[in-house]
Ligand binder design. Sequence first.
Ligand SMILES: [Zn+2]
Length: 165
Amino acid sequence: MAEEQIRLLKAHIPPFGVYGAPRMNTALKRRYNHTGIDIYGPIGTPIIAAEKGRIFTTYKEIDSPRAGNTIELLGEKCMTRYLHLETIKVDKGANVEAGETIGTLGITGNAKYARLWIIRCEDQAQGRSHIHFEARERENVNNALDPLILIEENKIAIPVDVFFF
Ligand SMILES: [Zn+2]
């Protein structure tokens, strides 16, 4: 992956949005570690498939109040998950190429309660809009890995069009 794209990507992940950041589930009063990366950006930023594969499932915010509009993509190497989307542009079962637009960045699910992080956003609501992105290896889908490492190792692509920011 090009260094400049990774630099741009990292500029949109706040310290509390990195993989492994300590979190608190206030409903269950339980501590946990963040299982993905939160990439902040304007609503409508194109979300792209991080790998060639098949859309494993999609679900709507109404069925998934915490994750919001979500896509799960089963790729050749990894299972990737895209949360808090504004729109979903693919159907379950569809085959997609790496880099294909599959949805748009949004503020659905518990993204609405995310801490404020404003990046070149006039609108404060957009300060909360982000994608929560997760990646797991196919052989071990229960173990969420650090997506940034998989991106740096060129196993998966960056899931947003960083030049849209
Ligand atoms: Zn997150």
